[in-house]
Ligand binder design. Sequence first.
Ligand SMILES: C[S@@+](CC[C@H](N)C(=O)[O-])C[C@H]1O[C@@H](n2cnc3c(N)ncnc32)[C@H](O)[C@@H]1O
Length: 174
Amino acid sequence: MCGSGTFLIESAYKALGVAPGIRRSFASEGWGVMDSLVWKTERQAAIEAIDKSGSFKALGFDIDDACVELSQTNAKKAGVFSKVTVKQQDISRFKPIDGAVTICNPPYGERLLDIKSAEKIYKIMGEKLRPDKDHSCYIISPHEEFESFFGKKADKRRKLYNGMIKCQLYMYFK
Ligand SMILES: C[S@@+](CC[C@H](N)C(=O)[O-])C[C@H]1O[C@@H](n2cnc3c(N)ncnc32)[C@H](O)[C@@H]1O
């Protein structure tokens, strides 16, 4: 359910030590109160801190071929294509990988699919992801009863907003 590949790219950035916003400019760069050399020095230090040598790999799946292509294009643009693999696959064919962390943002039944179809997907996710300490899962959903469709109570949850939509991050790691 990788969509445009945001989680794949952001996780690669985190693993490689890529500073957030390194590829953009900031309005404060134009402020006179700070020596412009500070920006130059810090940007250079952030570039030097990037370590691409690690074994990190992100594996993404989506049912939609267009999303697979989009994720690949975005990973290329973000400079992490070598760390990211994306395949077309329905969640019903997902097989947990030992030691891997699964992070996803399944359809909410608001912008994508209707609520009944989203609930059906949450049930399939519970059957396929089978979270435990070797297969941890982090899932974002606005559905108040996500856990009952998924079939397991989260070890921890945290409220967050995806745009204007109030969601929970359901965390399974035990
Ligand atoms: C809310 S979007 C994910 C957005 C993503 N986090 C991003 O950064 O773009 C949900 C994704 O789930 C995919 N999807 C829907 N049903 C699916 C299924 N049965 N198996 C796999 N992927 C599915 C959709 O194609 C869509 O890209």
